[in-house]
Design a protein around this ligand. Structure first.
Ligand code: HMG
Ligand code: MG
Length: 300
């Protein structure tokens, strides 16, 4: 059984973006930069550091240009950002973002609430971003939200997830990250959804992105690992939530994922003690306790 697990997993740390975007109080830029530095020092190689969305929609991410300009970039690192439209893409390019991500959904209502357009309109809007990025040699990642349920529509057909994922790859995304935006997925549901998506997309182009609202994320990640999927999105300290998904709580904590993978002999290149310190520092800034069980246990 163990032999079917990957030996190496790529962690996509989304804490500075997905983690912080939902925070009501404006977090000082210096603390955001410190978090990214701390994560880099912990051995995280891929960090989603910001978001070039409308500042009216997500005020917390309004400083992303400044953040990228001030970032102490380390070699071998990828610092990425969300770009919903060409305006966002151009701003990201100016800020020398290493990689961008476009974000669609498998739910019509969520698409409207999150990016103010239908799924079809969003896909049409993404095409010129990917074309421009190709010319600029900037890799593009695709997200699909609500893959295991929608806060407005409830159940989502796995076929819809597969269809949107396939379209994102066809337009030129190198990978699609499947988002359980509100954390309602359970293991067998996850397995079924991944089976359907893999009928049209190879596993090496799939990443998983679980929010941990109902405590199901690690179980669902285990299912993804058993299917040979080896890219996992997570947020340090379990930060996170989408402002346009009612009830969405934090992403699965990176500390919890790394602890589980360490125990399974799966390499991530991340130093868990340094990671826990990075999480602890940002939680002190936010004035709350981490939701990572592993971080709280190691700090006790
Ligand atoms: P819109 O209002 O339809 O946009 O919003 P518009 O094109 O009509 O423009 C209206 C105004 O916004 C204009 O300004 C534009 O300049 C400005 P005005 O003339 O009124 O002063 N604008 C922008 N400003 C800065 N950067 C831009 C930009 N675009 C327009 N890029 C839009 C459409 C997509 C912009 C808006 O809905 C938006 O920004 N949505 C983002 C919502 C968001 O960030 N959600 C959270 C991220 S997704 C997520 O968390 C899920 C994920 O983690 C996976 C998962 O968990 O499932 C990825
Ligand atoms: Mg998310």
């Amino acid at each position: 059984m163990t032999s079917s697990y990957p030996t190496q997993v790529k962690i996509v740390e989304v804490g500075p973006r997905d983690g912080l975007q939902n925070e009501k109080q404006q977090i000082p830029l210096a603390n955001k930069l410190q978090l990214i530095d701390d994560l880099t020092r912990a051995g995280v190689k891929f960090i989603e550091a910001g978001s070039f969305v409308s500042p009216k929609w997500v005020p917390q991410m309004a400083d992303s240009s400044e953040l990228f300009n001030k970032l102490k970039r380390q070699s071998g690192m990828t610092y990425s950002a969300l770009t919903p439209n060409l305006q966002g893409y151009n701003n990201a390019k100016t800020a020398k973002v290493d990689e961008v991500a476009i974000f669609g959904a498998a739910s019509e209502t969520f698409s409207q609430k999150n990016i103010n357009c239908s799924i079809a309109e969003s896909l049409a809007r993404f095409v010129p971003i990917v074309e421009q990025a190709k010319q600029d040699k900037i890799p593009v990642r695709g997200y699909v939200s609500c893959v295991l349920g929608c806060p407005y529509e409830g159940d989502i057909a796995p076929q819809k997830v597969a269809e949107v994922s396939q379209q994102l790859l066809a337009m030129g995304c190198y990978e699609v990250s499947l988002g359980d935006t509100i954390g309602v997925g359970t293991p067998i549901k996850t397995q079924n959804m991944l089976d359907v998506v893999q009928q049209v997309i190879p596993k090496d182009k799939i990443a998983v992105h679980f929010h941990d609202t109902y405590g199901q994320a690690l179980a669902n990640i285990l299912i993804a690992l058993q299917q040979g999927i080896s890219t996992i999105d997570s947020a340090v300290a379990g930060l996170g939530g989408c402002p346009y998904a009612k009830g969405a709580s934090g992403n699965v904590a990176t500390e919890d994922v790394v602890f589980m993978l360490n125990g399974m002999g799966i390499n991530t290149g991340i130093n868990i003690d340094k990671l826990v310190k990075a999480g602890n520092k940002i939680m002190q800034t936010l004035g709350r306790k981490s939701t990572s069980k592993v971080a709280n246990a190691l700090l006790a």
